[in-house]
Design a protein around this ligand. Structure first.
Ligand code: HEM
Length: 161
């Protein structure tokens, strides 16, 4: 048999082998169960909590709130949204010093939450600049926090001297 016959055979046979390999339903792909449409999709966010205490309205000035920004590990970590102060200490892995969402710790960063922004200049309480869609985002964050964190107080304006 000449070399040209061998090459011709390979040209015919190789594509069939590859096609057969990729088109044949392998057990590993067949064994993945189809997603159950009746089950809610699994979220990467933490689930709501059942053990929250009734909201407190202890007054904190913006200045007092700064002490709870995660830089002192002996203190709780607070995040305020629309003036409500949430205790996020159990999520120090997100809000603690140097962590992804520390920008919101020890302050009211409502504007940044509404704008989906992690910029320092946006992490401020004044959300009057938000448009309708951004206000909805902010309200969604507020209810997300209400379902997961205890409210420990309210932001009040600085006392007049
Ligand atoms: C590439 C962009 C982003 C990715 C991949 C991302 C990813 C995530 C993930 C995986 C979580 C859940 C895990 C956790 O609780 O730590 C989370 C939570 C969160 N994200 Fe983001 N994020 C992004 C952008 C942003 C931005 C721009 C904001 C600004 C508002 C933001 C605010 C938050 C907040 C407030 C939480 C809730 C943390 C909690 O209290 O459970 N994220 N993000």
């Amino acid at each position: 048999m000449s070399l040209s016959y061998v090459l011709y055979g390979l040209v015919i046979a190789l594509p069939s082998v590859f096609l057969g390999y990729y088109l044949y339903p392998r057990p590993s792909t067949l064994s993945i169960p189809a997603a159950d449409p009746n089950k809610p999709a699994k979220s990467i966010m933490q689930p709501p909590r059942e053990d929250l205490i009734p909201p407190k309205d202890d007054p904190f000035t913006i200045e007092q709130l700064k002490a709870f920004d995660g830089s002192d590990s002996s203190k709780p970590i607070y995040v305020a949204i629309k003036g409500d102060i949430f205790d996020v200490t159990h999520k120090a892995d997100s809000y603690g010093k140097g962590k992804s969402y520390n920008i919101f710790a020890g302050k009211d960063g409502s504007r940044g939450l509404g704008k989906s922004s992690l910029k320092l200049e946006d992490a401020v309480a004044d959300y009057s600049v938000l448009d309708e869609a951004e206000r909805k985002v902010l309200d969604d964050w507020h209810s997300f926090f209400c379902k997961r964190y205890n409210i420990v107080g309210r932001v009040v304006s600085e006392p007049k001297i």
